[in-house]
Design a protein around this ligand. Structure first.
Ligand code: SF4
Length: 305
């Protein structure tokens, strides 16, 4: 498997910049909005019960391997080359002997340049995915209050992982907003973590106690802007400034999520302009700034992916 992974990485490293360049030419000169990213919801099952999430109650459960490969094939035919595997908890997914990495290998074999896994980090992080984002929402006590006792186990799994491209996803909300700097400090002591990407809490299910008001939102974003030079923060200056102005394009129609036969544009909670106005999904702010050719966003994308 190592030789296979190495061969994929070398091929992808060569092809990815050309793909990015062609995508930008298509977008700006030919005015083509080709699909960029699709998230595949492999399962809605999860092994945590986080305060901010009720995806486990959504209904559609695991895809079988045939559904997965059909969805991967379809996205490839549409022109997509960046695949995200998500849940629920994607490491829980299996279909008989098939496990998550069978999907990663299938997608690589087909020609996907980037396969990314979004995980809660509760299971061993053994995967040949190009990038793994692990959700951690604060230092131990804060994280555990939001997500259940899990911080120590997640950190152990991160430290034991052989994957060379692990990042943290930290979603800032009213309870963990005070941990941001201390968490960045903590990450400095964990070499296995390449960086931290910050999101803001999005009230997908209506207003809730975790929501940041507009003043707090601005304060957090300004703090991130001031910290990003000192720490391994993945958000770019342009992305954070766009978040401050709340002006990135939405819904982001070149990104989509596939859940049991349905493709949702942007995310699984589409069609609510008020929700979109409060959206804190800042990776879309990054993509928007790359498409607008903002240098710090482009440099960031090249540096990390
Ligand atoms: S902008 Fe996109 S990701 Fe954010 S809430 Fe709206 S549909 Fe979902």
């Amino acid at each position: 498997m190592t030789a296979h992974v190495g061969a994929h990485s070398a091929r992808a490293a060569f092809r990815a910049p050309w793909y990015g360049l062609r995508y930008l030419v298509d977008y700006h000169i030919l005015r083509k909005k080709l699909p960029l990213i699709r998230g595949l919801v492999l399962t809605n099952r999860c092994n945590l019960q986080c305060q901010h999430c009720n995806v486990a109650t959504r209904g559609p459960q695991d895809l079988d391997f045939g559904e997965v490969t059909a969805a991967v094939d379809a996205f490839y035919r549409e022109g997509g080359r960046c695949l995200y595997l998500e849940g629920g908890e994607p490491f829980l997914w299996h279909d008989g002997p098939r496990r998550l990495d069978d999907i990663v290998e299938y997608a690589h074999g087909l020609g996907f340049l980037t396969v990314v896994v979004y995980t809660n980090g509760m299971l061993p992080l053994r995967t040949s995915a190009d990038t793994v984002f692990v959700s951690v929402d604060g230092l131990g006590p804060t994280h555990d209050a939001l997500r259940g006792a899990s911080f120590d186990r997640i950190m152990r799994n991160i430290q034991e992982s052989a994957n060379g491209s692990l990042f943290i996803n930290y979603t800032v909300n009213s309870r963990n907003k005070g941990d941001v700097r201390a968490f960045c400090d903590y990450v400095e002591g964990v070499p296995n973590i390449r960086g931290v990407f910050f999101y803001l809490h999005t009230p997908y299910y209506g207003h809730d106690a975790l929501e940041l008001d507009s003043v707090e939102r601005q304060r957090v974003l300004n703090e991130l802007l001031s910290l990003r030079g000192q720490y391994r923060i993945l958000n770019s200056t342009a992305g954070l400034r766009s978040a401050l102005r709340n002006d990135w394009a939405r819904p982001m129609t070149i990104c989509s999520a596939y859940e049991k036969g349905i493709v949702y544009e942007c995310c699984r909670y589409p069609g609510d302009p008020e929700l979109c106005r409060k959206c804190g999904y800042l990776s879309y702010a990054e993509i928007d700034q790359v498409l607008r050719l903002k240098p710090s966003a482009v440099a960031n994308a090249l540096k990390y992916f």
